[in-house]
Design a protein. Structure first.
Length: 546
């Protein structure tokens, strides 16, 4: 039984006789769409060439360090470990399958916690819902930090809920009830320490993991029965565990003039802009993208679910943490968007504990009573079947378009010669590497491999399986850190530019001699996708600002 088992449910006598009922057809409805979404996920994993950020983080694994300029180090470390299995896109994305397995396994535990005997059915509904969300389809499939952030963030959040419920629960000993918030109740401090460790690991994936910690602190501070936890050494031990996990980030920043701190400060507040300007339209745009990318049907269902009677049947600590996590994440990022820039996927943690409430919204008790799945609802019926089918249909359509766009043909190239450089850059790397390798045969061994942007540098490095490729661009990135560690002055170079990031006059001036470019035109199905330019340069000189 789940935590609802002590609540008042419809009398067993009012439930239909199981001998007169057939199993619900819910499973027959949800599995076809879920199967299609899983197949699309595997098709992407094995067929699509790495996108620029996947290749960039793979390159981190070839240059193992305490941390990195753009993000914390855990994903780079994992990529470095998996690279021992070989150089193939399925190896690059194998960690996403492992993290996704841990992610959905944790949701299975949450469904059993919330729905008792109906946990398996609720899990099927929840898995179908998550798979149909474009946000989660993309960020669980791509070999980025987000997959591990979500996994460790969910493990930490649920572990904290379990600990806090045990801490608050009364403790019975020798026939006497002892108040949980005084004695620590049935608390298992191992759960608290594990939750802190998972939070620390989430912080080693992305800095936004701090929002989970803030939400947990808010729950403890606002629940009178939990505030005594602030007086316990175990609480501060857990805080120490989470903070100690961030030590590699601190070491790296101390060694590199606090570059990550400056990068995120400038990125969050746009300190280089003159004056201070409010941007309410950008905040509205942030909200709109969050709703659309999560899925408009899921967003609507979450709103209706929370406003409806299901809200009252959710355990209060779980509900409190879910609300605080959503409110803090969305509120802080909305504030940033009001005067700077906030991206929709920064808010991906906000929905972690809200999504498991949806199964109780999509189905109801076969008796028409009850507000969610629960121990008495052995044969549930659809409550929102049409909405569920629309959600799945939209999810399959968007996922199919994403896979086609990344692995078959950029949709923008079908529409015309302009637009969506992010997708166009995924294609033609066999042709590019063939030309690069042909030119290298006539050049000295010390020749540098350079590109005009971090994206093309990472993709060229992955395509060549050569971690020594560097980017020279006006954007500061991890390549600048690596460039400082190498002697580059005076060397010949092979430089790759493209129509997205052409070679500027300033960058061309870094060479004493630069040959005319060799064009590399990328086409598919008779349609032009993009054109690269390959330069041979002599006497390269780094800029002092690099």
């Amino acid at each position: 039984m789940g935590p609802f088992s002590d609540r008042t449910w419809p009398a067993a006598a009012s439930a239909p006789d199981p001998s007169n009922l057939k199993p619900s057809h819910i499973v027959r409805v949800l599995w076809p769409g879920l199967l299609l979404l899983v197949l699309l996920r595997f098709t992407y994993a094995f067929a699509a060439f790495p996108n620029p950020d996947e290749a960039y983080y793979w390159l981190w694994g070839q240059h193992l360090g305490w941390s990195y300029y753009d993000h914390p180090p855990l994903h780079g470390w994992i990529q470095g470990g998996f690279a021992l299995l070989g150089h193939h896109r399925w190896v690059l994305r194998l960690p996403t399958l492992i993290s996704s397995g841990l992610f959905v396994a944790t949701y299975y535990r949450i469904c059993c916690y919330l729905y008792g005997d109906q946990g398996a059915l609720a899990f099927g509904l929840l898995t179908s819902t998550i798979a149909a969300s474009p946000l989660y389809f993309v960020y669980l499939a791509m070999a980025w930090q987000d997959q591990w952030l979500l996994t460790f963030g969910l493990l930490s959040s649920f572990g904290l809920v379990q600990f806090l419920e045990g801490y608050r629960a009364p403790q019975v000993r020798d026939g006497h009830v002892r108040d949980g918030h005084v004695r620590g109740g049935q608390a298992r401090y191992g759960q608290l320490y594990r939750a802190a460790l998972y939070l620390g690991l989430a912080g080693l994936c992305k800095y936004t993991a701090v929002l989970i910690g803030l939400a947990g602190l808010a729950v403890i501070a606002t629940q009178p029965a939990l505030r005594s936890l602030f007086q316990r050494r175990a609480f501060y031990g857990a805080v120490a565990i989470a903070l100690l996990c961030q030590l590699p980030i601190l070491i790296w920043n101390a060694q590199n003039d606090w570059l990550s701190v400056a990068y995120y400060f400038n990125r969050s507040v746009d300190s280089g802009r003159p004056g201070f300007q409010l941007k309410p339209l950008e905040m509205l745009g942030f909200w709109g993208l969050c709703l659309l990318i999560l899925s408009p049907f899921i967003s609507w269902a979450l709103w209706r679910c929370w406003r409806g009677p299901l809200r009252a049947s959710c355990p209060d600590i779980y509900r409190a943490l879910a609300l605080w996590l959503f409110g803090l994440s969305t509120g802080i990022l909305s504030g940033i968007a009001l005067f700077s820039t906030a991206l929709h996927y920064w808010n991906i943690q906000a929905y972690l504990l809200l999504l498991p409430l949806l199964p109780g919204f999509f189905v109801k008790s076969s008796t028409g009573e009850g507000t969610s799945l629960g121990p008495i609802c052995l044969y549930p019926q659809w409550r929102q079947r049409r909405l569920f089918q629309l959600m799945q249909g939209l999810g399959v359509l968007v996922a199919a378009l994403l896979v086609f766009n990344a692995g078959v043909m950029p949709l923008a190239a079908i529409a015309g010669p302009d637009g969506d450089h992010e997708s166009r850059i995924l294609f033609g790397w066999d042709q590019v590497t063939e030309q690069v390798q042909a030119q290298l045969k006539a050049l000295p061994d010390e020749t540098l491999l350079l590109t005009t942007d971090y994206r093309s540098a990472a993709l060229l490095a992955y395509a060549l399986n050569n971690p020594q490729v560097l980017a020279i661009s006006d954007r500061r990135d991890q390549f600048d850190v690596w460039a400082r560690q190498r002697a580059l002055a005076g060397k010949p170079a092979l430089l790759l530019a493209d129509d997205w990031h052409p070679l500027s006059a300033e960058r061309a001036g870094q060479f004493t001699q630069l040959n005319d470019p060799i064009p590399i035109s990328i086409q598919r199905w008779g349609r032009w996708i993009k054109t690269y330019q390959l330069y041979v340069g002599r006497g390269f000189q780094p800029l002092s600002s690099d």
